[in-house]
Design a protein around this ligand. Structure first.
Ligand code: NDP
Length: 374
């Protein structure tokens, strides 16, 4: 039997995720269409995005997605590698005046083509380039994890407020129908109270010299890179934020590769209602799931966090949502909220919450103690 996805609910979710807005905001969006039209003075009514750091994610996902977006487009690039420029220029028709490096990055403030700076750098560089982006008077989208410390998150949020510009985190799954359905099923208690919930994300990481395995650049191992999706899933499916955590590091079976960061870890969040939420992240095991056992049955995604081909099931059968271009939906949703000066559904405060949770997991792992999360 197919999961009970009515046309209207699918349409609702589609519109909701397309717009990247919460329910009241979506209603306001309709009423405010005229304002939106008035605010659209940019090229084809779109906001210009500059990608900062032309690596795998910027080149493989974000730039192609920006060819499909309705409310934003790829206007500029910031790179420390001049040899990458010709191919990007040619492929995406980027004018020389919109190409920057890390030294002249701040002069982007004088460029009216760029409305949004999208930070796609190694984790340890997120805070600095976000703060500099706000100093340049631009909106900022920052990739996950927002930063390596809560203190840096606070600086980023303060910079956003001072500039009067929006800060959003690259949490693409808040715009993805399967994950939106997990949020709905969990928070609306469609199958009753959740009694058990677990999330796991892992893959076998390649190149042992990459920045993801260096503590100063990555801030840690799979927790920073993959565990953050589990932290997110456990929070958005339950609609709760953990109050304490215990954690255990997994064995290092390849110690040379994992000299600086954990190879794997498991953690257990305690939710305010006493529910235990289990997380597992690894750079040496393949897993990809978000599963909730509720009073009237289980609902789950597996895979849960990929860019596409997500699969879900509930007590009523498989979920039946289309797989969409998550990055295009995410950037359109965020751009629309910026245009309309409405709150982001993936704000800096959410990124800060997750950095705090990750920091607490690491503290629990290091001390072997239960850590209270205030
Ligand atoms: P890559 O290593 O592929 O790219 C990072 C880019 O940053 C490099 O190509 C380089 O670009 C620039 N850079 C500047 N300084 C350094 C440095 N010291 N070491 C390495 N690179 C440097 O990483 P990803 O694109 O995979 O990840 C970038 C960010 O995006 C991370 O924070 C990651 O967590 C996030 N991400 C998010 C995903 C999501 O689904 N939301 C998916 C993948 C990544 P240049 O040569 O142009 O200067």
């Amino acid at each position: 039997m197919e999961h009970n996805t009515t046309k209207s609910r699918r349409a609702f979710l589609y519109q909701l995720s397309m717009a990247g807005l919460s329910i009241p905001l979506a209603a306001a969006a309709l009423a405010d269409e005229q304002t939106l039209q008035n605010m659209r003075q940019k090229k084809d009514g779109k906001l210009g995005i500059a990608l900062v750091g032309l690596g795998g994610y910027a080149g493989g996902q974000l730039a192609p997605a920006l060819q499909q977006t309705e409310h934003c487009y790829l206007a500029g690039i910031v790179t420390g590698t001049p040899s990458k420029i010709p191919a990007w220029k040619e492929k995406y028709n980027i004018p020389d005046k919109n190409i920057y490096n890390y030294d002249n990055y701040d002069s982007i403030k004088d460029n009216p083509d760029i409305d949004i700076i999208y930070i796609v750098l190694p984790n340890s560089m997120h805070a600095e380039y976000t703060v500099r982006g706000f100093a340049a008077g631009k909106h900022v989208i920052c990739e996950k994890p927002m930063a390596l410390t809560v203190a840096d998150c606070d600086k980023m949020i303060a910079a956003s407020k001072k500039a009067g510009k929006h800060l959003s985190i690259g949490y693409r799954l808040h715009f993805e129908p399967h994950n939106l359905e997990m949020m709905r099923l969990g928070t609306k208690k469609v199958y009753g109270d959740i009694k058990k919930i677990a999330a796991g994300f892992g893959f076998v990481i390649g190149d042992p010299t990459q920045w993801r395995l260096k503590k100063d650049l990555a801030g840690g191992g799979p927790m920073q890179d993959l565990g953050i999706y589990c932290v997110q899933g456990l929070c958005y499916t339950t609609g709760m934020v953990p109050i304490s955590v215990t954690a255990q590091e997994g064995p290092k079976t390849i110690p040379d590769k994992f000299k600086e960061v954990e190879q794997s870890l498991k953690w257990q969040f305690e939710m305010p209602n006493g529910l235990m939420a289990d997380g597992h992240a690894s750079y040496n095991d393949n897993m990809n799931y978000l599963r909730a056992d509720a009073e009237k049955g289980s609902f789950e995604l597996s895979p849960a966090y990929n860019y596409g081909r997500l699969k879900g099931k509930t007590p009523e059968g498989p979920m039946n949502f289309e797989n969409i271009n998550q990055q295009a939906r995410q950037m359109d949703g965020i751009a629309l909220s910026m245009m309309k000066n409405q709150p982001s559904i993936v704000p800096g405060e959410m990124g800060r919450r997750d950095v705090k949770l990750i920091t607490s997991v690491y503290e629990a792992m290091a001390t072997g103690k239960k850590i209270k999360i205030s």
